[in-house]
Structure formats: structure tokens, C-alpha cells
Ligand binder design. Structure first.
Ligand SMILES: *[C@@H]1O[C@H](CO)[C@@H](O)[C@H](O)[C@H]1NC(C)=O
Ligand SMILES: *[C@@H]1O[C@H](CO)[C@@H](O)[C@H](O)[C@H]1NC(C)=O
Ligand SMILES: *[C@@H]1O[C@H](CO)[C@@H](O)[C@H](O)[C@H]1NC(C)=O
Length: 512
């Protein structure tokens, strides 16, 4: 039996569905808009020692510099060339980051923008992060090079040239997404340019890709590109490892394109996850935590081994993309910590933790007019470094949700619970719920407006455990609440609805 398992394991590792995280790691964090120098530091000083498996980085290729509005975050979704030269740093800094992160077992996942180049109305110029020229009137990008022949304009049937109807799969894939010049990915030449770029990153040592705007590319084209990717660099990964692929497909149901068209190619971002979880935690539409008992496929989500899950992402945390107002973010810190805690405790999907920069939200008729604001930066547009405060939080406008004690401790909880089944579900038919992971971890939530005072079967060995939400285990003591598990495996939980964080989590590595 053991021998058979050993023989089967390498097979599992070669698939593009495997996140390639180091043994025992179970999540990645999106360090949105961070500089490469800062990510290298963060891998060494925090992510490695604290159990995170990898980092999704912002697009590393050369992109447009937008000055009106001034340096929005979305300029990075307007490629000018595939030179590794972006707002986050140059190729030397990128290579240094990948090497240093890999060396501490924290792998890099690149946000790959391959559906399109910059906006069609940009015109002629060289306002780009490495000074490469472009002329959108001619669809010309000499530093790739791409010309008019490499774009989809002749295929799009709408009068505007833009996607007008999301029920029409042909439009969604052949027309321009918000006027971005749409690449003809069925062309061998274009496929080669794209795969040359991605393979260069693989050879430097990245572990996989988030494929931006996947819904706007034909599954056959995606499949062809993924098939041409190199195996991962054997300096850090087992021989024959395939890059981890997770495709951005926004499928909330009811459109002309389904996430299932892509789930055979790689994993898919499950956007229903954060939208629904936000609705439950906010108790909108009559939702309650008790209904989470069959969370996952039971809620109409993708199969667990095909889903990349998240509470919020860089788009929907500011009202872009899908999910709407129910999406929880760092702005709703109390509920957000519970939602991220639930995601990390629950076995469904492979999770990505969001790490944001802050911005001054300003709602006008329900829309945040500051949804465009880019990362903390100086007047000359260069991104500010991450600074670390004495209490380990971040400064300079960086939120660093991944450093919040509750969130980091739950990332560790997930590592401890890796491979364990969901057990001992309990709920009060309202918003008090609890569940375990095998006999290694247990979590209890009180999202009701009344105090909770219950004795539950945890499935854990008898002993005294440190709650990793109100504190953690330090040496031979708990800095927060202590929970005693009896020889029968039961424990008493008292969670006031007014507690700072109305949830408690314990696991065997936080046992005294
Ligand atoms: C690009 O075309 C627009 C009209 O479509 C025109 O106003 C503009 O001058 C052109 N720019 C260049 C650089 O040719
Ligand atoms: C990797 O595997 C291939 C094919 O099985 C083999 O030819 C090659 O020598 C291996 N490389 C290393 C570094 O083991
Ligand atoms: C931008 O300004 C900052 C702060 O004054 C400075 O440290 C940095 O070197 C400048 N960057 C460039 C590219 O001029």
C-alpha cells in the first residue's frame, strides 16, 4: 500500500492543477503591487518562517504608464512588451526575488496578462515602464514585435469593437475587453511570443501563473499555450513538474461562458466563493452560517481540486469584476477576519490570501470614485517601500492582511490540518457554527448577536490548547484564551458576541 502510494505521488505532482507549494504548505498570498525587492525581503523575514507557500505577484512585464488618472493600479493590465520591467522593478530585481523566495521555500506565481495589449485609444508614444514604443493606431508594439496582423479586430462582429453582450461567447473572446487591443491567440506567431515570455519566467524559477482574463480567450488557445510551457526549473522543483495554472474566469452563472470550459486546462478562480461567503457573513438575503454545512461543491462551486478560492481579490475589493457589495475586505476587518478564518479552516479549494494597499474610498451613488488609485507612491510615481512597524504590522499605506495575527495563524492552522477531513460539524441553526479537521484542529464561530456558551465534541486529544485567534502559543504559555479539551474530546467554548474577534481556533501544534 505504502509503496503504491509512493509510486503514485510523482504523478500527482506533475499536473498543472498542483500548486507546487513546498511540502506541508497550503496557501499563497497576493502581494498586490509590491516591489520585487520588498517581496524578496518578505519571503525571507516573514512568509517562509510563517508557513505561507507562495506569492502571487503583480504583472512583471513592461506596461503603459498612465498619467490621467495618475498612475492607477490598472496600468499594469496594459502590456507594452514582454520585457521584465514594470512598476515593481527590473529583471535583475525580479530574478533576485525569485531566487531568494525559492531558496526559503516560498514560490512565485506570476499574474500573466496575455489576452491583450494596451487600450486601443492610447495612440503613439513611449510612455511605458522601459520606454518601449507603441502606436495603437497601427496596433504596433515593436518591442515584441506585434503588428495589426496579430490582433482580433477583423473577427469581432460588434460595431464598437468592444464586448457588448456577455451572453455571446464569440464576442467575449474575439472583441475587445474595455477597448484593450485583443491578441489573436490562435496564431502560431502570437502563441510563440506569449510562451517565450512565460517560459523565460519559468526558467528563472517561477512556479506557476494566474492567467488574467482567461474567459476572454478560447479554451483551445489556452490549452495550446499551457501545453507549450516548459517544466519547472529543477534547481528548486522535482524533474518534470508542470507550472501551476489558475485561470481568471468570472462565472457567477447565467453568462454565455462557463468556468467548466477551463477547468480541464488548469484550476479556475471560483468567484462564487467570496460573493457567497460575504453574503453569509453579512447575513444578507436570509443567509446564515449554519447553511455552510455543505460549503463547497454543495453550493454549486467547481470541484475542490479545480478551484482557486479567495474572500476578495484586487478587483472585487474595489467594486471591479464580480461579487458586488457583499465582498468583504480589510475595510470590514472584523467580519473579514472571520471569513478568511473560515476559508483557511475549511478544506475546499486552494486558497489565496489577499494583501492590499489602502486607499481613501469615496462613494458617490454607490460607486467608489477612488477605485482607480494605485499603490502608495511618491510624486514621481515610484512605488513606496513596505515598512515594518514595531508591532510587526506594515506602514506606508500597506495593509498586509497576511500579517494580521488571526489570518497568519489560520494559514498555519491549514498547514497543520492538511489532508484531514472535515469532522464534528456543529451549528445552532443560526450563525454559531463549529467544525474540526480530523483529530488535529477545531474552530468555532459566533456570528450571532447573542453570546455563545456551549460544550462541543472537538475530536482532539485531551489537553490545554492556545486559541490562535485571540493570541497564540508562545513558549509554554498562551498569549490569548486557553481551551481545555477533556479526555472525552469535548471542550467548553464561551464566545461573547461583543468579543473583538468572535471566533476561536485550536490545533495540536498550539497545545501546551
Ligand atoms: C490616431 O488616430 C486618431 C483617430 O483615430 C487620431 O486622432 C490620432 O491623431 C492618431 N494618432 C496618430 C499618432 O496617428
Ligand atoms: C529529467 O527527466 C528527463 C526525462 O525523464 C531526463 O532525460 C533528464 O535527465 C532528467 N533530468 C534530471 C536533472 O534529472
Ligand atoms: C522618486 O522619488 C523618491 C522619493 O523622493 C526617490 O527616492 C526615488 O529615487 C525617485 N525615483 C525616481 C525614479 O526618480
Amino acid at each position: 500500500m505504502t509503496l503504491l502510494l509512493l509510486l503514485l505521488l510523482p504523478g500527482l505532482c506533475t499536473a498543472q492543477f498542483n500548486p507546487n507549494v513546498a511540502c506541508g504548505k497550503t496557501s499563497i498570498v497576493h502581494l498586490f503591487e509590491w516591489r520585487w525587492e520588498d517581496i524578496a525581503e518578505e519571503c525571507e523575514r516573514y512568509l517562509g518562517p510563517n508557513g505561507f507557500g507562495g506569492v502571487q505577484i503583480s504583472p512583471p512585464n513592461e506596461h503603459l504608464i498612465v498619467t490621467n488618472p495618475y498612475r492607477p493600479w490598472w496600468e499594469r493590465y496594459q502590456p507594452i512588451s514582454y520585457k521584465i520591467c514594470s512598476r515593481s522593478g527590473d529583471e535583475e530585481q525580479f530574478t533576485d526575488m525569485v531566487t531568494r523566495c525559492n531558496n526559503v521555500g516560498v514560490y512565485i506565481y506570476v499574474d500573466a496578462v496575455i489576452n491583450h495589449m494596451c487600450g486601443a485609444g492610447v495612440g503613439k508614444g513611449s510612455s511605458s515602464t522601459c520606454g518601449s514604443t507603441y502606436d495603437t493606431n497601427l496596433s504596433s508594439f515593436p518591442n515584441v514585435p506585434y503588428s495589426r496582423l496579430d490582433f482580433n479586430d477583423d473577427k469581432c462582429k460588434t460595431t464598437s469593437g468592444n464586448i457588448e453582450d456577455y451572453q455571446d461567447a464569440d464576442q467575449v473572446r474575439s472583441c475587445r475587453l474595455v477597448n484593450l487591443l485583443d491578441l489573436a491567440l490562435e496564431k502560431d506567431y502570437v502563441r510563440n511570443k506569449v510562451t517565450d515570455y512565460l517560459n523565460k519566467l519559468i526558467d528563472i524559477g517561477v512556479a506557476g501563473f494566474r492567467i488574467d482574463a482567461s474567459k476572454h480567450m478560447w479554451p483551445g488557445d489556452m490549452q495550446a499555450i499551457v501545453g507549450r510551457l516548459n517544466n519547472l526549473n529543477t534547481q528548486w522543483f522535482p524533474n518534470g513538474s508542470r507550472p501551476f495554472i489558475f485561470q481568471e474566469v468570472i462565472d457567477m452563472g447565467g453568462e454565455g461562458i462557463s468556468a467548466y470550459e477551463y477547468s480541464g486546462i488548469g484550476r479556475v478562480t471560483e468567484f462564487k466563493y467570496g460573493g457567497k461567503l460575504g453574503t453569509v457573513m453579512r447575513k444578507w438575503n436570509g443567509e446564515k452560517m449554519a447553511y455552510l454545512k455543505n460549503w463547497g461543491e454543495g453550493w454549486g462551486f467547481l470541484p475542490s481540486d479545480r478551484a482557486l478560492v479567495f474572500v476578495d481579490n484586487h478587483d472585487n475589493q474595489r467594486g471591479h469584476g464580480a461579487g458586488g457589495a457583499s465582498i468583504l475586505t480589510f475595510f470590514d476587518a472584523r467580519l473579514y477576519k472571520m471569513a478568511v478564518g473560515f476559508m483557511l479552516a475549511h478544506p475546499y479549494g486552494f486558497p489565496r490570501v489577499m494583501s492590499s494597499f489602502s486607499w481613501p474610498r469615496s462613494f458617490v451613488e454607490g460607486k467608489d470614485i477612488n477605485d482607480w488609485i494605485g499603490p502608495p507612491s511618491y510624486g514621481n510615481g515610484s512605488t513606496k517601500a513596505i515598512t515594518i512597524n514595531e508591532d510587526t504590522t506594515c506602514g506606508n499605506g500597506w495593509v498586509c492582511e497576511h500579517r494580521w495575527r488571526q489570518i497568519n495563524n489560520m494559514a498555519i492552522f491549514r498547514n497543520v490540518a492538511n489532508g484531514q477531513a472535515l469532522t464534528n460539524w456543529w451549528d445552532n441553526a443560526e450563525n454559531q457554527v463549529a467544525f474540526g479537521r480530523g483529530n488535529v484542529g477545531f474552530i468555532v464561530f459566533n456570528n450571532d448577536n447573542r453570546d455563545m456558551d456551549v460544550t462541543l465534541n472537538t475530536g482532539l486529544p485531551a489537553g490545554t490548547y492556545c486559541d490562535v485567534i485571540s493570541g497564540q502559543k508562545e513558549g509554554s504559555r498562551c498569549t490569548g484564551k486557553q481551551i481545555t479539551v477533556s479526555s472525552a474530546g469535548t471542550a467548553h467554548f464561551k464566545i461573547r458576541s461583543s468579543d473583538d474577534d468572535p471566533f476561536v481556533a485550536i490545533h495540536i501544534n498550539a497545545k501546551l
